[in-house]
Ligand binder design. Structure first.
Ligand SMILES: *Cc1c(COP(=O)(O)O)cnc(C)c1O
Length: 421
């Protein structure tokens, strides 16, 4: 199946007389005939359902669909993108470990990695997204267990050289985890470039309609955990009657461990209703991504031509930062998100944004409707000036998320707001 077809048909195939649409199984629990049957479920929890804190049939369909879209072997949904980022690291790092992250990533992830994980004894080593291979290699420590980056960073829109980062990670025997939220598997499939784990905030394009907050972790099934660097995978899990994940679940030890250990203990699993809504979004993901890219390229060119911006970042746009890497990793477009720094700085940015009528001012992005955000006063408010610079953000920076309205209406709205400044 081609990707458009996978969006519609992967994950759920009704049998004779079953509902055409994936049903919502709104049940916390699952019934068995005998105590022995329940015991057997606990012996191999991947075979049957136990409890909806870590598995549910509706969510299971969505997990299978997203795994197929990314080219992975298994996936686990989470109740938010933040939960996906957190579990992706906690699954392999513990107190005393470190991991490397690109400094150009989502603001919420920067806080999670730099503040909260630090409190838990896990060190994040920040590396510039455009570091040379040599710089990247020199950042590793003996206790480094993972490398993390974003395909197309929110909101800086830097493009990561995934192949090079994967090479460095593998040279040090650790996996590359990629947050592929903005690109979606329609525009880039990081596993094809060497990534081992892919995560998403499904709250963005995957849902697309701004109706559910969610996340997902996808396991490529390709990483070899048996080097001795990951005892959590290769030694018996005492909290699960001595299971050795790489032995019993060799097809996807990472995701099975994440579900049976972390999801069991933290319980950040989505509700069946949310997964149903997410699936509706996924069904049209391929057609929507094409239109977002087409609209955004037109809008990016328009903003650039007005001369009102210090710079326009839209990697698909010729002359934009990241254009060369985008040609390699995102040849079909770079999503609907544009960022530009308005001439006049912070005050002009605020005036401009408050003058927009169609585009809504909201803390969301990648919506079906055009929306706009001022990162310095919102998502990145908690960052220090230094962190802001490292994340590629200045006071005049505006994140403009182009929706699926007719592009002439979006441009008319921008024209009106530019006239007010
Ligand atoms: C929004 C976002 C997150 C966090 O996801 P939530 O669903 O809001 O928790 C993580 N990474 C990226 C790139 C995002 O855009």
């Amino acid at each position: 199946m081609k990707i458009e077809t996978k969006c519609l048909h992967e994950g759920y195939t009704p049998k004779n007389g079953e509902p055409r649409v994936m049903p919502i199984v709104q049940s916390t629990t699952y019934v068995y005939d005998s105590t022995d049957d329940v015991a057997a479920v606990f012996d191999d929890p991947t075979k049957s359902l136990i409890y909806s804190r870590f598995e549910n049939p509706t969510t299971d369909c969505v997990e299978k669909k997203i795994a197929a879209l990314e080219g992975g072997v298994a996936a686990m949904c989470t109740s938010s993108g933040q939960a996906a980022s957190l579990l992706s690291i906690l699954n392999i790092c513990e107190a005393g470990d470190s991991f490397i992250a690109s400094s150009s990533i989502y603001g919420g992830t920067i806080n999670l990695f730099g503040v909260t994980l630090k409190r838990m004894g896990i060190e994040c080593i920040w590396v510039d997204h455009d570091a040379t291979e040599e710089q990247l290699n020199s950042a590793f420590k003996p206790n480094t267990k993972a490398v993390f980056g974003e395909t197309l960073a929110n909101p800086a829109l830097t493009v990561l050289d995934i192949e090079m980062w994967a090479k460095a990670a593998h040279a040090h025997g650790v996996p590359l985890i990629i947050d592929n939220t903005f690109a979606t598997p329609i525009l880039c499939r990081p596993i094809e470039w060497g990534a081992d784990i892919v995560i998403h905030s499904t709250s963005k394009y995957m849902d697309g309609h701004a109706v559910q907050v969610g996340g997902v972790i996808v396991d490529s099934g390709k990483f070899d955990w048996t080097s001795g660097k990951f005892p959590c995978m290769t030694e018996p899990d005492e909290s699960y009657h001595g299971i050795v994940y790489t032995e019993k679940y060799a097809f996807a030890p990472y995701i099975v461990k994440a579900r049976m250990q972390l999801m069991r203990d933290f319980g950040c699993y989505p509700a069946a209703n949310s997964s149903f809504l997410l699936n509706l979004g996924l069904e049209t993901l391929a057609v929507r991504m094409k239109q977002y890219c087409e609209n955004a390229l037109t809008v990016a060119k328009y903003i650039q031509d007005t001369g009102n911006a210090e710079f326009v970042t839209y990697p698909a746009l010729e002359g934009s930062k990241g254009h060369e890497l985008a040609k390699k990793y995102l040849p079909n477009g770079t999503s609907g998100v544009i960022s530009f720094s308005i001439k006049g700085g912070r005050d002009t940015a605020v005036k401009f944004m408050d003058s927009l009528k169609l585009a809504s001012n909201e803390v969301h992005v990648a919506d079906i409707r055009t929306c706009v955000l001022h990162p310095a006063s919102a998502t990145h408010r908690q960052l220090t000036d230094e962190q802001l610079v490292a994340a590629g953000i200045d006071g005049g920076l505006i994140r403009f998320s182009v929706g699926l309205e007719n592009v002439e209406d979006i441009i008319a709205d921008l024209e009106g707001a530019f006239a007010k400044i």
